[in-house]
Ligand binder design. Structure first.
Ligand code: TXA
Ligand code: MG
Length: 297
C-alpha cells in the first residue's frame, strides 16, 4: 500500500501467519518489529495503552509520519513486536492507505515494501521491481509525498527518537514541552532486540534456559525438559514437546515460534532443547532468534 512516507507491505496485524508471510516476502533474516497502521486514534486506542503525552502527539501529527511506541494490549501477536511489550502505531497520511484500513476494518502491519537490504520504495514501480511476484497486489497511489520513513518515537521511560524521520525532533519537542533525545545506534539496536542477552521477550521473563540439540545427540527424555522440534516427528516419551511445523513449512514455523517457546517455558522446569530449522527463507530469521535465545547470538 502507498503511504505518504514510503510504500508498505501490508497485512492483518492480528494474524501471525500473515505477519510471517510479510517477513517471508521481504526475505528478512531477522524479525524486526513492524509498525501497525491505523485509520484513527480510536482504532489505535484498541491496540495499546495511551497516556496524555501520546494523545497530544497523535492529535498534533496524525495522520502523518510519526510512529509512537506504546504498551501493547492483547491481540497484537509477538511476531509483530519481536516479543517486546511496546507496539509501534502510526496513522498514515494517504487516502488510499486510510481507505484500505477502513474498508478492511483491520490494523495493518506494514514494513517498508523493499526486499531485505534494498531501498525503501517510493513508487509502485519500485515496489514491483523489488517484490514483484512475492506480493499479491500493488496498490498504486502515485509517488510518496514525504519519501522517507516515519519518525519512530518511544515515550517510556523518557521520550526518545529511535529513528529520525518525517517529523523533525523540534516539532516533537514543541508538543511535548521538553527536548527529545535521539537514540544512538547501540541504544537503537538494543531496543529492537528486546531485553536481556538473546531472550525473546522482555514481557515474560524466561525461566528456562534454552539450548540447541548437539549434532550427535538424541532428544532428551527427561520429563522436566521441554522439546521444540522443527517439524513433527515421533520421539520416545519425554517432557513437554512441540513442533514448529507439521510438515516443514517455514511460514507456519515463524508464525508459531514465540507461542511455542512461551508454552514450553511454562511447561518445562529443567530447560528447553531445540534444533535449528533449514537456513533458507524465513528459516534464517527463525534461526537468528533461536540462536539468540540459546545465548549464541
Ligand atoms: O514510514 C514508515 O514508517 C514506513 C511506512 C510503510 O509506514 N514503514 C517502515 O517500516 O519504515 P520498517 O519496518 O521498514 O521500519 C520500522 C522500524 C523498525 O525497524 C524499528 O526501527 C521501528 O520501526 N519499530 C517498529 N516497531 C517497533 C517497536 N515495537 N519497538 C521499537 N521500534 C519499533
Ligand atoms: Mg524499512
Amino acid at each position: 500500500m502507498p503511504t505518504e512516507t514510503v510504500y508498505g507491505l501490508a497485512g492483518d496485524a492480528r494474524d501471525s501467519t500473515t505477519v510471517a508471510r510479510i517477513f517471508a516476502a521481504k526475505r528478512r533474516p531477522a524479525f524486526d518489529p513492524l509498525i501497525v497502521h491505523v485509520a484513527d486514534l480510536s482504532m489505535a486506542e484498541e491496540l495499546a495503552d495511551w497516556d496524555a503525552a501520546a494523545r497530544n502527539l497523535a492529535k498534533a501529527f496524525w495522520p502523518g509520519p510519526l510512529t509512537l511506541i506504546l504498551p501493547r494490549k492483547a491481540g497484537i501477536p509477538d511476531l509483530v513486536t519481536n516479543g517486546m511489550p511496546g507496539v509501534g502505531l502510526r496513522c498514515p497520511d494517504h487516502p488510499l492507505a486510510l481507505e484500505l484500513i477502513r474498508s478492511s476494518g483491520l490494523p495493518l502491519a506494514a514494513p517498508s515494501a523493499n526486499c531485505f537490504g534494498g531501498l525503501s520504495p517510493t513508487t509502485a514501480a519500485a515496489v514491483a521491481e523489488q517484490l514483484g511476484p512475492a506480493v499479491d497486489m500493488i496498490l498504486d497511489g502515485g509517488p510518496c509525498r514525504v519519501g522517507l520513513e516515519s519518525t519512530v518515537l518511544a515515550l517510556q521511560p523518557e521520550p526518545l527518537i529511535l529513528r529520525p524521520g518525517g517529523v523533525p525532533p523540534a516539532a516533537l519537542a514543541e508538543v511535548l514541552g521538553r527536548p527529545v533525545a535521539i537514540a544512538d545506534s547501540t541504544v537503537r539496536a538494543a531496543s529492537l532486540q528486546g531485553a536481556s542477552p538473546g531472550m525473546l521477550a522482555s514481557h515474560y521473563a524466561p525461566r528456562q534456559p534454552l539450548r540447541l540439540l548437539a549434532e550427535d545427540e538424541n532428544w532428551p527424555t527427561d520429563p522436566a525438559v521441554g522439546r521444540l522440534l522443527w517439524r513433527r516427528a515421533s520421539l520416545p516419551d519425554g517432557g513437554p514437546t512441540r513442533w514448529l511445523s507439521e510438515d516443514g513449512d517455514l511460514v507456519q514455523a515463524a508464525a508459531g515460534l514465540f507461542e511455542h517457546l512461551r508454552a514450553l517455558d511454562a511447561a518445562a522446569s529443567a530447560g528447553i532443547v531445540t534444533e535449528l530449522v533449514p537456513s533458507e527463507g524465513l528459516g534464517i530469521a527463525i534461526n537468528d532468534r533461536l540462536r539468540r535465545a540459546a545465548g549464541l547470538g
